[in-house]
Design a protein around this ligand. Structure first.
Ligand SMILES: [Zn+2]
Length: 295
């Protein structure tokens, strides 16, 4: 097993891994979709026809970095093989494509794995936020929860946040001063707009759950797709409640594009799920990831 998959994914190591995947297969596209608050680049890998692409995203929440490792593990295998589960990959990628953004929140993941000092000039404000709350860090380097920052029911979510006393930058669940205020959020929105992305699957941890619904713009076929993903993985199809019910990436995608968007909560346990869970989770979800690429 490649050492990369035996350790939590640090920013420098994912840059090297993505460059290696690209080097091993010149048809792969490696590109930057934007920058974080601390000017770390947010990278994407693409395979196939990117004019008709599904998008997989990982690590929008800092503690959920195992999703980054999972997506790179899958993408690397896809880029090396000609066939998976009897599916001819050369054939399917003639007409369709897959874009993977494994680490949407690089500053947050660095804070989660290396502490506030990784945030350089923002070390002191982060330490200040951490002192006010004993919750583990899920946000970006400004204390904004990126999955509360999208323009989908943002005001309703803000009311819910305020009712729970979350009114300023926090380790989690603070949605920012306005929708899409954060560069990481803007980068994902721009990627969907620029590539006219057809479907989104946002990977989170944990819970072994699949979410597909956000209001009246949810396409009719989304429920069937969620059932197919659930049948393959054994995960449960669920409806979001409380603070997870607005402002997320899949919510924005469904609401603004009227196309299928999903959140998949990988694994079970307490975040951060340990790196040792990568292989068992990958074994269980590999077929589902192929299906998700084909849907
Ligand atoms: Zn999450």
């Amino acid at each position: 097993m490649d050492n990369f998959y035996l350790n939590p994914p640090r920013y420098d190591s994912i840059r090297k891994k993505m460059a290696q995947i690209k080097k091993n297969n010149p048809q792969i596209k490696l590109f930057c979709i934007g920058q974080s608050i601390l000017k770390r680049r947010i990278y994407a890998l693409g395979i196939g026809n990117l004019k008709n692409a599904v998008l997989f995203t990982g690590a929008i929440h800092a503690q959920e970095w195992l999703t980054c490792s999972l997506l790179l593990r899958f993408f690397e295998e896809l880029s090396e093989k000609h066939e998976l589960y009897g599916v001819d990959l050369n054939d399917i990628f003639t007409n369709r494509g897959l874009i993977v953004v494994p680490m949407c929140n690089p500053d947050g993941v660095e804070i989660a794995l290396g502490g506030p000092k990784t945030a350089k000039q923002l070390c002191s404000p982060i330490q200040f936020i951490m002192k006010k709350s004993n919750q583990s860090w899920q946000a970006n380097a400004r204390g904004v929860d990126l999955n509360h920052n999208f323009d989908a029911g943002w005001k309703q979510l803000k009311q819910l946040e305020c009712s729970k006393g979350i009114k300023s930058p926090s380790p989690r669940q603070y949605g920012g001063i306005c929708p899409q205020s954060e560069p990481e959020t803007k980068a994902l929105v721009a990627l969907c707009n620029n590539f006219d992305i057809k479907k989104v699957i946002a990977f989170h941890s944990q819970g072994e759950e699949i979410y597909y619904y956000y209001g009246k713009n949810t396409p009719a076929e989304s429920a069937l797709m969620a059932d197919a993903l659930a049948a393959s993985s054994g995960y449960e199809v669920c409806q979001p409640t409380g603070l997870a019910s607005h402002g997320g990436f899949k919510d924005w995608f469904i609401n603004s594009k009227c196309r299928p968007g999903f959140t998949i909560e990988i694994g079970k346990g307490q975040n951060p799920l340990p790196i040792e869970m990568l292989e068992p989770i990958y074994d269980r979800l590999k077929e589902m990831l192929v299906i998700a690429t084909l849907l």
